[in-house]
Design a protein around this ligand. Structure first.
Ligand code: ZN
Length: 316
C-alpha cells in the first residue's frame, strides 16, 4: 500500500504556506500563496485549492487529507476561526468544510501554534516523549501542548496561549491589552523595545546597535550578540529569563518531559537557552524542573507540516 500523504495549509496574516508531508513528517513539497484576507474567504479557498492542486501536480500524486492551521482562536470541532485579529474577514466562515469540498477529501483545522506543536512532537521529538509543550516565537508568542501523546486543545480549542501567561504581573503592556504577559518580554516587538530602552537609558554604553540605520529587528540584535556585543547579549538574557519563568510555570502545572522552542526568533536560541536552563536549575522544584528538556527546534515550516500531519491522525 502506498504511504499516506497529508497536505498542510498554514494560514498566516500575509502568506499561506502549503506543504505535502508523509506520516513521519518528511517534507515532500512546499509552496506559498498570498493570503489576501481582504479579498474574502471564498476567494481564498479558490486560491488555496488551486495552489494545492499545482503542488500535487508537481509532486506527482494527490494528498489523502488536508489539514488547516490558522492564526487565531480556532473552533477545531466546527472548522472555523472564531477570533483572528490578522484574518478578520475569515472569522466565522467554514474554512475547513469549504476546503474539504473544493478538494473532495477529508479536512481538519487547528490553531497554527497547536499545529506547530504537533509537527514538533512528530518531527523533532519523534513521538519519543509523552508530555511536551511548544513555544512559537515570532511577532507573537504562541504555544501548543501534547499531553499523553495527544494534541491537547482544551474545552474550546483555545488551550496553549502560553504567550499571555503572566510572567511579570503588572509589568509591560502586551498587545492583548493586559500587562506582564510573556509575549511582552519575548515577542518580536518586546525584544526590539528592550534593546531600544537599554540604548536610551545608558547613552554612554558602547554598542554596535547604535550604528545600525532605521528600526532594529531581532535578527540584528542576535547578530550583534553573537559578535560579542554586551548590550545585545543582555537583551537576549532578558528574553531567556522571561521564557524561563514561563517554562517553570508550565512544568509546575503539567510536569512536562520536553519544551520545544520554535519559530523565526527561536533561531537566536543559543543566545537565550542557557538562561532558561539556569532558571530551571534554580527552581526549588527539582524533580519536575530537572526532568524537562528544553530544545530549540530546527525544522522550518513546522506549522504547515504539523497541519498536514494532523490531517493524517486517525488514518494511521
Ligand atoms: Zn498578552
Amino acid at each position: 500500500m502506498k504511504r499516506a500523504v497529508g497536505i498542510g495549509v498554514d494560514i498566516g496574516g500575509t502568506f499561506t504556506k502549503i506543504a505535502a508531508v508523509d506520516p513521519r513528517g518528511r517534507l515532500l513539497a512546499l509552496s506559498e500563496v498570498p493570503t489576501d484576507p481582504q479579498k474574502g474567504p471564498k476567494a481564498f479557498i479558490v486560491r488555496a485549492a488551486e495552489a494545492v492542486r499545482s503542488l500535487e501536480h508537481a509532486l506527482g500524486r494527490k494528498g489523502d487529507a488536508v489539514g488547516i492551521g490558522a492564526a487565531g482562536d480556532v473552533d477545531s470541532a466546527g472548522g472555523r476561526l472564531r477570533f483572528a485579529p490578522n484574518l478578520r474577514p475569515f472569522e466565522e466562515f467554514p474554512l475547513r468544510d469549504a476546503l474539504s469540498r473544493a478538494l473532495r477529501r477529508p479536512a481538519t483545522m487547528h490553531n497554527d501554534a497547536n499545529s506547530a506543536a504537533w509537527g514538533g512532537f512528530v518531527i523533532e521529538l519523534k513521538r519519543g516523549v509523552r508530555n511536551m509543550a511548544a513555544i512559537t516565537m515570532g511577532t507573537g508568542i504562541g504555544g501548543g501542548l501534547v499531553l499523553d501523546g495527544r494534541l491537547y486543545e482544551g474545552s474550546t480549542g483555545s488551550a496553549g496561549e502560553i504567550g499571555h501567561m503572566k510572567v511579570f504581573p503588572g509589568g509591560e503592556r502586551c498587545g492583548c491589552g493586559s500587562k506582564g504577559c510573556l509575549e511582552a518580554y519575548a515577542g518580536r516587538h518586546a525584544i526590539v523595545r528592550a534593546a531600544e530602552r537599554l540604548l536610551a537609558e545608558q547613552p554612554g554604553r558602547k554598542s554596535r546597535l547604535r550604528a545600525l540605520p532605521g528600526k532594529l529587528d531581532p535578527r540584528e540584535i542576535a547578530e550583534a550578540a553573537s559578535a560579542g556585543d554586551a548590550l545585545a547579549r543582555e537583551v537576549w538574557r532578558g528574553v531567556g529569563h522571561a521564557l524561563g519563568l514561563g517554562v517553570i510555570d508550565l512544568v509546575l502545572l503539567l510536569n512536562l518531559d520536553a519544551v520545544l522552542i520554535v519559530g523565526g526568533v527561536a533561531r537566536a536560541g543559543a543566545l537565550f537557552l542557557g538562561e532558561i536552563e539556569r532558571a530551571l536549575r534554580e527552581s526549588p522544584f527539582r524533580t519536575p524542573c530537572g526532568r524537562v528538556r528544553v530544545r530549540i527546534g530546527r525544522t522550518d515550516n513546522l506549522g504547515a507540516l504539523g497541519a498536514g500531519l494532523l490531517s493524517l491522525e486517525g488514518r494511521r
